[in-house]
Design a protein around this ligand. Structure first.
Ligand code: SF4
Length: 276
């Protein structure tokens, strides 16, 4: 059993590796158990980027995708995270709750992938709702079928990463299939759940106009999608790949130029998306 640690304020850009070496494999964790304990990478207490208002962002460990441009490969495995109790996380959240409420914000659970540790994140989200906080998760949607109605009912917003509109490009970028993400998006649309779609623009990988067009046409009819956010690829996470001894395919990839970002934004807007 992993040693119980404490959750520390940090940054998504901090490197965390090998903190809980005997943690289970992330593919084996589901909604079993009561979610009283979980593996966490870190949290940031003052994001203005990951949902409305001021956000506490909790970065969970565990992800089943392997995005070739991932900025946080140290969130892939539970063994790299800190084993903490939900009570400790909820207690910390409670200290920030008055400020988060005053600044029209709340909690965003990101990762990694929040739905790897569904029972744990369910518990934290429920506690956040009881505190009167706005709640969000950032997810690839790959595990969307795990989210039952009670899980979705704890969410005010889903930040849904659609990493590619083309299935082949998605497979190349993530090592997984696109279809589960699209199914989850359709389910959220049918329920009218507010969504911000996020799309990482990676030159030479996801920037093909046909790829962007597939996302644009898929998302545009969805009235629940408030924003499509274009996130330019950057190199802030590249040091993690090197430190972890992983082969990094994007060492020579430059961030997209402002012209390319604008081209993609205009393409999304032309299809009828609210893009920024
Ligand atoms: S889904 Fe997110 S955390 Fe997982 S590999 Fe992709 S970018 Fe990294």
């Amino acid at each position: 059993m992993s040693q119980l640690g404490s959750i520390e304020a940090g940054s998504r850009h901090d490197l965390h590796v090998g903190i809980s070496p005997d943690a289970p494999d992330e593919a084996a964790v589901g909604d079993g158990g009561e979610g009283a304990f979980g593996y966490v990478h870190s949290y940031e207490s003052s994001s203005r980027y990951d949902g409305p208002g001021l956000r506490l962002v909790l970065f969970m460990s565990g992800c089943l995708l392997r995005c070739s441009y991932c900025h946080n490969p140290d969130t892939w495995h539970l063994k790299d995270g800190t084993y903490v109790s939900a009570a400790q996380v909820i207690g910390r959240l409670g200290k920030f709750a008055p400020a988060l409420r005053a600044l029209d914000g709340g909690i965003t659970i990101s990762g990694g992938e929040p739905m790897v540790q569904l029972a744990f994140t369910r518990r934290v989200l429920a506690a956040a709702k009881q505190m009167g906080l706005h709640t969000a998760i950032e997810t690839s949607g790959f595990l969307g079928e795990r989210a039952d109605e009670s899980y979705l009912s704890q969410l005010d917003l889903v930040l849904l990463d659609i990493k590619s509109g083309d299935p082949d490009t998605y497979r190349k970028a993530t090592g997984r299939e696109l279809a589960p993400t699209l199914r989850f998006a359709e389910r959220l649309a049918a329920e009218g759940k507010p969504v911000w779609v996020r799309f990482t623009l990676v030159p030479g990988l996801t920037d093909d106009p046909e790829n962007v067009e597939k996302i644009a046409r898929f998302v545009a009819p969805m009235k629940n999608v408030e924003w499509v956010e274009v996130q330019p690829f950057h190199q802030l996470g590249s040091f993690k790949w090197r430190a972890m001894g992983l082969e990094y395919k994007h060492a020579d990839t430059s961030p997209p130029t402002p012209d390319v970002v604008n081209r993609v934004l205009e393409q999304l807007r032309a299809a009828g998306c609210h893009a920024r």
